[in-house]
Design a protein around this ligand. Structure first.
Ligand code: MG
Length: 255
């Protein structure tokens, strides 16, 4: 039996932040997966070991697929041993992305700090902008440089939480990674619901147009309320996993 619906749920500050609610959500999602009704994807900015350790340490639900590093890597079960990203997705991203060129868009920005090597991977250049004099202006400048170079077909700039800036291949991002997984499992006819809290979740809402913005979301995601005020995006009152529970009940997906 094919799953009836798909949930793509960000981890940090969407699932995490309220352990009691997360335990309740995990229990319900796990049951739905075991009944074959739900296909669960966890798209995240984390690296994969920090997702896998979270199953036990943080009570995260075990999913059917994980997309890490802001949609630049995809992992399928089993989630143990040596985890290798899905080669088909890496091939899809390989076209023109150059770390060197991506780095050139960051040059000379006062106060910019590169993130650790763990988050600077083959297909992702990541820095912090919160020590720059005006983080939003710095993010705009980086986007402007990409636009001025006519490089938007190759580089996607993702700005989250007035702190994290990522440059990834335009084909990447959480929304595209989820779509790839959905097509990979031949689930394109099933409805996809997404849930998130920050700018790096935006591509999921743009791709699928249906989901939950948690009550503790960052301003750049809450802005969706003005840009896409439709019934298919639910702005929860609650925060974190309690918001996901609230939203899934709103859509009639949970009791
Ligand atoms: Mg998050």
């Amino acid at each position: 039996m094919q799953p009836q619906w798909i949930l793509a749920c960000d981890i940090d500050d969407t699932l995490t932040g309220d352990r009691v609610a997360l335990d309740q959500l995990t229990q319900q999602l796990t049951q739905l997966r075991q009944q074959g009704q739900l296909f669960l994807i966890l798209p995240t900015a984390r690296a994969v070991p920090d997702v896998v350790s979270g199953f036990e340490d943080e009570g995260l639900p075990v999913p059917d697929a994980i997309s890490t590093q802001v949609g630049t890597e995809i992992y399928l079960p089993p989630f143990d041993g040596d985890l290798t990203p899905l080669p088909a997705w890496e091939r899809h991203l390989r076209r023109n992305f150059s770390r060197q060129e991506a780095m050139s868009f960051l040059e000379g920005i006062d106060g910019l700090v590169m993130q650790s090597d763990k988050y600077n991977t083959q297909f992702k250049v990541s820095c912090f902008l919160d020590k720059t004099p005006d983080p939003d202006a710095a993010a705009d400048l980086i986007q402007q440089r990409v636009d001025d170079a006519n490089a938007g077909d190759t580089y996607r700039v993702i700005w989250s939480s007035t702190r994290f800036l990522d440059i990834v291949p335009t084909e990447a991002g959480k929304g595209n990674a989820i779509k790839f997984v959905v097509d990979h499992f031949d689930l394109a006819s099933r409805p996809v619901y997404v849930a998130g809290d920050s700018g790096n979740d935006r591509t999921m809402f743009d791709e699928f147009g249906q989901g939950i913005v948690v009550g503790n979301a960052q301003p750049e995601l809450k802005r969706l309320k003005n840009e896409s005020p439709g019934p298919d995006i639910y702005f929860a009152q609650n925060c974190c996993a309690a918001a996901v529970l609230e939203g899934l009940r709103h859509f009639g997906l949970l009791n």
